[in-house]
Design a protein around this ligand. Structure first.
Ligand code: CP
Length: 335
């Protein structure tokens, strides 16, 4: 039963339910490509709360709402009182009395949990410092589209092993039978509680969880190579220390040449620092002589393997599936 449920973190759903959402996303993508209407949220009003900036998540929720026949209302950090001049509980009660569903992107996982607890409507986590669950449906959808399956594949995440993307990938992969290796410097290894969580699921799905600082050995049998920015939102004062720590974990041609599967894919949740065409990219080049950070421009533009823009498009199809399944009063057979 999906109706009325919130997606606050991946483990709110069972592995079978996550896989259902992935397959439903692929189905909705097909409907969209064939111009077949799917207005499962017709007449609904959806609240889009963004404490942090966004390109993909905001665009995906907005377009998905429109395609589903719902009206999206965007509220940015400057528009809302959440936790500053009004408690999250009080704001949640107000939003819940007017809106049919709420997307929240912000810092605190406690805030998104409180929104769900007190609003009485489905809440979808569009990223917190802890988890990025809507991204996961898009990522594993992209992997399934590419390989036709999930179980038995190996994903290697290179970079900051403690951020929300590393947390979400290792837990979701373990739930879905994808073996996940986190390759990062020891200083940035994931929290043990996240690994314990993932290992519990890995045991059930037959996958493995590995944390290592040996990136060269880690990537050899990779099917999916994944990275994220070295400095997450809110950590902009940490560029210097992260560049020093993570330069050996950059995804570049020397590294990808070690991968044995010639059909491996590269994924990145984006935005990416692969050149100096951004304010931060140009500044880091000037200050530290680093023109490319987590991925080189060559790898980023390698059309045989790079799938980050398909992944970005899939944010929209998958967010649509999440909203429709949890708020569209659809008949969904037990999964
Ligand atoms: N991947 C992702 O969440 O992108 P945005 O920050 O642009 O929403």
């Amino acid at each position: 039963m999906f109706q009325g449920r919130s997606l606050l973190k991946e483990v709110d759903f069972t592995p079978a339910e996550l896989e259902y959402l992935i397959d439903f996303s692929i189905h909705l993508k097909d409907l969209k490509k064939r111009n077949i209407p799917h207005e499962y949220l017709k007449g609904q009003n959806i609240c889009l709360l963004f404490e942090k900036s966004s390109t993909r998540t905001r665009s995906a929720f907005t377009v998905a709402c429109n395609d589903l026949g719902a009206y999206p209302e965007f509220m940015g950090a400057g528009d809302i009182q959440l936790g500053k001049k009004e408690s999250v509980e009080d704001s949640a009660k107000v939003f819940g009395s007017m809106f049919d569903g709420i997307e929240f992107r912000g810092f605190s996982q406690e805030h998104v949990e409180a929104l769900a607890k007190y609003s009485g409507v489905p809440v979808w986590n569009g990223l917190t410092d802890a988890w990025h669950p809507t991204q996961m449906i898009a990522d594993f959808m992209t992997i399934k589209e590419e390989f036709g399956k999930l179980k038995g594949l190996k994903l290697v995440y290179c970079g900051d092993g403690r951020n929300n993307m590393a947390n979400s990938l290792v837990v979701t992969g373990s739930m879905l039978g994808v073996s996940v290796t986190i390759a990062s410097p020891e200083e940035l290894f994931p929290e043990q509680s996240v690994i314990d969580y993932a290992e519990k699921f890995a045991k059930e799905s037959g996958s493995t969880v590995t944390v290592t600082s040996d990136i060269k050995s880690a990537v050899k049998d990779a099917d999916i190579l994944y990275t994220d920015v070295w400095v997450s939102m809110g950590e902009e004062d940490k560029f210097e220390e992260r560049i020093k720590l993570l330069k050996p974990y950059q995804i570049n041609k020397e590294l990808t040449d070690l991968i044995e599967n010639e059909n491996y894919i590269f994924l990145h949740c984006l935005p990416a620092f692969h050149d100096t065409e951004t304010k931060y990219g140009a500044e880091m080049a000037e200050r530290f002589g680093v023109k490319e950070m987590e991925v080189t421009d060559e790898v980023f533009r390698d059309e045989k393997h790079a799938r980050q823009f398909e992944e970005a498009e899939n944010r929209m199809h998958s967010i649509k599936a999440i909203m429709a399944a949890t708020n569209g009063n659809l008949f969904i057979p037990r999964v």
